[in-house]
Design a protein around this ligand. Structure first.
Ligand code: 5GP
Length: 190
């Protein structure tokens, strides 16, 4: 997606540890016009799928998923990263290792919000080693719902997640795939 790639080149900042900072338009301040175009693009790429629900993980995925959901006209459900007093009833749980915070945490989703009748699109901001997405895939499997695919805004193609998830047969659509990045250059996969 050219608009997104141009924005990454203009405003993305490469940090040590293979982290791309995009907090001026995606992860902290959010450019809603851009995210609107991202939502439309996800809809175009998954137009042939009978999506009934978008599933994401807190926190960064939520805003993107909500804007995309306006084009699919389906609810968004987000997996939570911690036990909360507001959660009741039966839960799906899985473990995810955070790429940015380097710790393992439980991810939970109330069973009543994902059932075997659902056709699920996963959405997240980044794909690196794939832990977040694999956790969401595990929850979908546990629910018996049909996984239609995953939409990622920025995939770091030089890390292993994308390959692993495509090898599992999951339809993965990443709007920008970074081939390599350093302090001085950033290239995309065509
Ligand atoms: P994974 O689980 O695929 O290793 O990492 C994905 C998650 O880590 C994303 O949900 C995102 O929040 C975070 N993440 C991974 N790499 C980056 C990065 O380069 N920049 C930012 N801002 N977040 C990242």
């Amino acid at each position: 997606m050219k608009l997104l790639k141009d924005r990454i080149l203009k405003d993305g900042v490469v940090k040590p540890g293979s982290i791309l900072k995009v907090d001026s338009f995606l992860n902290h301040q959010m450019d809603i016009d851009l995210i609107n175009e991202i939502g439309k693009e996800f809809k175009a790429r998954f137009a042939d799928c009978p999506i009934t629900k978008i599933l994401t993980i807190e926190a960064s995925g939520i805003g993107i998923a909500c804007i995309a959901a306006q084009y699919f006209h389906v609810p968004v459900v987000f997996a939570k990263k911690a036990q909360s007093v507001n959660l009741d009833g039966e839960m799906y749980t899985t473990k995810v290792e955070s790429f940015t915070h380097k710790k393992v945490y439980d991810v939970i989703l109330a069973k009543r919000f994902l059932t075997e009748q659902d056709h699920v699109l996963l959405i997240d901001d980044f794909l690196a080693n794939g832990c977040a997405l694999l956790g969401l895939i595990d929850i979908v499997k546990k629910s018996g719902a049909t996984l239609e695919g995953a939409g990622i805004v920025i995939e770091k193609g030089f890390q292993s997640g994308g390959q692993q998830i495509r090898d599992m047969g999951v339809r993965l659509e990443s709007l920008a795939i970074i081939e390599s990045m350093s302090d001085t250059s950033l290239t995309f996969r065509e």
